[in-house]
Design a protein around this ligand. Structure first.
Ligand code: PGA
Length: 219
């Protein structure tokens, strides 16, 4: 199974999301379901709009882009594990944009992983260099070199695989690449069995392109 993960970042609106869902739900998932699993990670307020789609379609799951490191309680603005567990199976944790703009530190990220795991939300843990430590018992690690994000300068698959070798991940961990992935360069990554999926930012905002990233892996 290959994982196509859409990270919408801080984009879209209620009406644009409804349109996105309408278009995406009409795609031919019979063609992709054996080999491709789509994981969509919209901004928090848009997550509930996907409830019907994921209920009807077993090859689509939902993820959040963040999760609180705290228990439920007096933490203004935080979105915690228990409320998210009703909606999502995954959570992106440690994206370089949050490390940079929200100043998220490794100890904080490790707490987020712990909170996610408590509610059986699977972290998709992002790192951009070997200096970023990995928490224990991860199932999904995403390598996202900062220079490749949003730049159109995707990192060649050979380098992505060489980075994986250095990490010495245990065999059961899914290794994801992210950084300027689109339907034109997807095969370069997913034709390798060392790469289990991709994290897609900009190109996931267009439902046709997002589906194509999945379907282009098949032929
Ligand atoms: P990009 O973003 O596909 O727009 O480069 C990837 C990411 O940041 O997850």
């Amino acid at each position: 199974m290959k994982y196509i993960i859409g990270n919408w970042k801080s984009n879209s609106t209620l009406s644009d999301t409804a349109k996105w869902i309408r278009k995406f739900s009409k795609k031919n998932f019979r063609e992709t379901q054996k080999h491709i699993h789509f994981i969509i990670c919209p901004p928090f307020p848009l997550i509930p709009l996907f409830a019907d789609l994921v209920k009807k379609n077993s090859s689509i799951s939902l993820g959040s882009q963040d999760i609180s490191a705290s228990e439920p309680g007096a933490y203004t603005g935080e979105v915690n594990n228990i409320m998210l567990a009703d909606f999502v199976q995954f959570s992106i944790i440690g994206h370089s944009e949050r490390r940079k703009y929200q100043k998220e530190t490794n100890p904080l990220l490790f707490k987020k992983v712990k909170q996610a795991k408590k509610e059986k939300i699977e972290p998709i843990f992002c790192i951009s260099s070997q200096k970023d430590p990995l928490p224990k018992r991860l199932k999904y690690v995403a390598y996202e070199p900062v220079a490749a994000i949003g730049s159109g300068q995707n990192e060649p698959a050979e380098k992505v695989i060489a980075f994986k070798d250095k990490l010495k991940l245990s065999k059961n961990i899914k290794y994801i690449y992210g950084g300027s992935v689109n339907s034109g360069n997807i095969r370069e990554y997913l034709c390798h069995n060392q790469i289990d999926g991709v994290l897609v930012g900009g190109a996931s905002l267009d439902p046709d392109e997002f589906y194509k990233i999945g379907s282009n892996c098949l032929n």
